[in-house]
Design a binder for this molecule. Sequence first.
Ligand code: PLP
Length: 230
Amino acid sequence: MLITNYGKLREALDEQCRLLGRDPAAVTLVAVSKTVGIESVESAVSEGARVFGENRPDSLLEKQRAHPELQWHFIGNIQSRRIRDIVAASDLIHSVCKPTHLPKIDERAREIGKVQRILLEVNVSGEETKSGFKPAELPRVLEACDAYDALRVEGLMTMAPQGDLEEARRCFDALAQLRDRCSSLEFPRHGRVELHELSMGMSEDWKQAVACGATMIRIGRAIFSEDFES
Ligand SMILES: *Cc1c(COP(=O)(O)O)cnc(C)c1O
């Protein structure tokens, strides 16, 4: 059986929550399995993992079919023509960042009789290479989402710039503040938006993210890579 660091990471996360006075049950550890095969997924499951993240539709479908009892989250770039598959296989989509994808996700979700849970990806840092809505666009995007019955926006997601933990922390704080501001908005059809989830933090910066209120951290290398130094 392959060894993963899932168990160790979950312990470190629980410890970090206790230090911060946060409830460990309020932070989901999403094991990002995009670079590993099904055996590694199964090893992580044996250490307690239940929620996995994938960034390519094909491996999402393949792994979800092998283990439909687990939760599968899509965290990658969304192409219109793959929305059919992504909606079919995802419990949660973290990376919605184009207004034109909203009606397509809604339509596909209705077709297969589900309500698709989504997060809106926000480009907090403003780096041009990053995808995501601009913070100022969010109220309008949330208003657009109010038109759809088979879409449920549950929160926000961001990726911080790599290599500078203070900058990452500013970025996570800004996402938390944005969530708070948007949570007071009310729309005609579904009322107040409930943005419970903050998906932020990866292998290098998850402690900063948890300190800023992350409810989901997305960890790949620190779980699955042998030579990741934390
Ligand atoms: C790969 C990836 C992660 C995990 O990154 P690590 O640095 O390996 O922990 C998290 N989020 C997204 C969107 C990713 O593509």
